[in-house]
Design a protein around this ligand. Structure first.
Ligand SMILES: [Cu+2]
Length: 162
């Protein structure tokens, strides 16, 4: 019996590798792309599951001056990023930011993001009962060429079409 319990504990640890959690809010697979020369902003994607209904209301990091929550919307065939105040997280539902049209925008990066590094982030959540939950996350920095889930859109809005 004891052996089985130990094994479960070990599997549990393996499963949460790359995941960061606090008070029933779990953040998985946070990542950003390495920055190009001269680029001082970066988009971060991740998946979030909250046991109780909650919302992501903000984030901060020592690596940049501020972080905004952005949504991407189509406007006359152009992709536009717009700041939003929060992202709703229905209870028990896995929300993939990128696929839902959201991302975190790191503004004023103090140093370029290099592949293989991690970016420390503190995410702020508000539960339905107004309790505040903070989750410390490390976002993985992937190669500049890594394709984002919303890559099509992300690329388009950097190009001007004539
Ligand atoms: Cu953005």
């Amino acid at each position: 019996m004891k052996k089985i319990i130990k094994l479960c504990g070990l599997l549990g640890l393996l499963l949460v590798n790359g995941a960061f959690a606090a008070d029933g809010v779990r953040v998985e697979g946070a990542w950003s792309r390495a920055t190009a020369p001269g680029q001082n902003v970066a988009m971060v994607d991740m998946s979030i599951v909250s046991d109780k209904s909650a919302s992501l209301v903000g984030a901060s990091s020592p690596a940049c001056s501020s972080i905004e929550i952005h949504s991407m919307t189509h406007d006359n065939g152009m992709m536009k990023m717009r700041q939003v105040q929060s992202v709703e997280l229905p209870a028990g539902e896995r929300v993939a930011l990128g696929k839902s049209g959201y991302h975190l925008m790191l503004l004023g990066l103090k140093q370029p993001l290099a592949q293989g590094e991690t970016v420390p982030l503190t995410l702020n959540f508000k539960l339905a009962d107004k309790a505040v939950v903070k989750v410390e996350v490390k976002a993985e920095v992937r190669p500049l060429t890594e394709v984002a889930p919303n890559a099509d859109e992300g690329m388009h809005h950097h190009h001007m079409h004539h």
